[in-house]
Design a binder for this molecule. Structure first.
Ligand code: ASP
Length: 437
């Protein structure tokens, strides 16, 4: 049994959190590979080290002193070191970094120091070997992962050192330059290592006790999702539920490795298990979760006898393609079809696009409706079960919510409804109460 354990920023925010991490790691000998984020917020008004480092870079760019911000970074690391009585000379690294700030420091290098320094302290504290992510996570120039190179490197390291601490969020390009991932990328590091090492499970330790069935700002005390499959999670996170970095799913999914979301502040809580085969799930929830996003636009193209005209939808889509606009959904009728996109993605050239659509498609009418919220009700149990969508739409009707658009793929895992932005919270609450309340 081999576990990859990844601790997010709040789990390593100070000495107290470090000691919780130690307790968790030491309570299970199979927790041999530890990935850490940069020290995060200690409380809601605190700063993440990563944010402070980005801020330092922005100051340097505009020739404004970043001394005060850098001091905050410095004191956070020194505090952890001193409180835990560690011997690693982190002051030396911080002094060196301070010097780099005056020498046009590279953004990726600077920002990656958050996880680098956090991991150095954690390695000493746990008595594990520190491995720099630049020697383990390898990118190709196009941003894809060089798996064979990673495999070779990890093999060489693990034969010498069975217990490792690895900084998340960055790696290196073929020429050795550091490259950071997108925000929250520490999740991806953990997932990549879990893939290469063929881990039995990838534990992702955060400050929440798993994934909730709905946004707690909208639904009071929503239930926690106990088990979810990768596809359901993709649907929910794409629609706004945020727990894990979206890209973190693929490396573990490829090898059928479960992800276990757990809470560093409440380690005995069951958390949420994400895995491919969920057939052993005995819970009786009929839906897995609800998530949504606001601010979409529906562009509807009407043309008489459209159903007999070959290529009309393609001509309209070509226009979106030319403007590099990503399309969310394309519901269609007999003599009309709609294209749903994020409003922000078209706001700068909407009129130009519409006039091109008119030229290419010669429609009878083109209409645009803004302020649409899309809400996804996700459940693997919907397939072949009659009545679920009936129940959903009856509920919306009962609450006086008008549905502007409906979309469901044939895998029947997700019903998406488009409602006015103003009905966003009301819709989520109504669906939750109907199925889970
Ligand atoms: N420290 C980085 C961030 O704040 C990456 C991570 O935490 O995973 O986005």
């Amino acid at each position: 049994m081999l576990k990859i354990v990844k601790f997010g920023g709040s789990s390593v925010a100070n000495a107290t959190q470090f000691s919780k991490v130690k307790g968790i790691v030491e309570s299970d000998p199979s927790r041999r590979f530890v990935v850490v984020s940069a020290s995060g917020r200690q409380h809601k008004d605190d700063n993440k080290i990563t944010d402070l480092l980005y801020l330092c870079h922005a100051h340097i760019k505009y020739n404004i002193s970043c001394d005060n911000i850098f001091k905050m970074v410095e004191s956070r690391f020194l505090e952890i070191k001193n409180e835990l009585n560690l011997s690693y000379d982190i002051q030396k690294d911080l002094d060196y970094l301070r010097l780099q700030l005056d020498k046009n420091v590279d953004l990726d290098y600077l920002v990656s120091r958050g996880e680098y320094l956090t991991a150095l302290l954690m390695a000493e504290y746990l008595g594990y070997e520190f491995v720099d992510a630049k020697d383990l996570i390898f990118f190709n120039y196009d941003g894809s992962i060089d798996y064979p190179k990673m495999e070779k490197a990890l093999d060489a390291i693990t034969t010498k050192h069975p217990r490792l601490v690895i900084p998340g969020f960055y790696g290196s390009l073929p020429n050795g330059t550091l490259k950071i991932m997108s925000r929250g990328g520490g999740d991806v590091t953990g997932s990549l290592i879990a893939n290469i090492i063929n881990a039995s499970v990838y534990e992702n330790w955060t400050d929440v006790s798993g994934i909730l069935m709905a946004d707690p700002r909208i639904v009071k005390n929503p239930k926690q999702i106990e088990v979810i499959n990768y596809s359901e999670l993709r649907e929910l996170s794409y629609m706004g539920a945020s727990v894990l970095h979206e890209e973190a799913i693929f490396p573990v999914k490829d090898k059928n490795i479960p992800i276990h979301i757990l809470n560093t502040n409440d380690p005995t809580c069951n958390g949420t298990i994400i895995k491919e085969d969920v057939s052993d799930d005995t819970s009786n929830h009929s839906i897995t979760g609800i998530a949504g996003k606001k601010d979409f636009s529906i562009i509807t193209i009407k043309k008489k006898h459209m159903s007999n005209e070959v290529g009309l939808i393609r001509k309209a889509l070509d226009v979106f393609d030319r403007y590099r606009v990503s399309i969310e959904h394309i519901p269609s009728g007999i003599d009309s079809f709609s294209i749903i996109v994020e409003s922000a993605s078209i706001k700068d050239f909407l009129y130009e696009m519409i006039s091109e659509i008119k030229k290419e498609c010669t429609p009878d009418e083109v209409t645009v409706i803004d302020e649409i919220a899309l809400i996804a009700t996700v459940s693997r149990k919907m397939k072949n079960r009659a009545g679920m969508s009936g129940k959903l739409f009856t509920t919306l009707g009962k609450h006086g919510i008008s549905v502007a658009v409906i979309s469901q793929t044939s895998d029947e895992m997700n019903i998406i409804v488009g409602v006015h932005n103003d009905d966003y919270s009301k819709t989520i609450k109504a669906i939750y109460d109907e199925f889970e309340g």
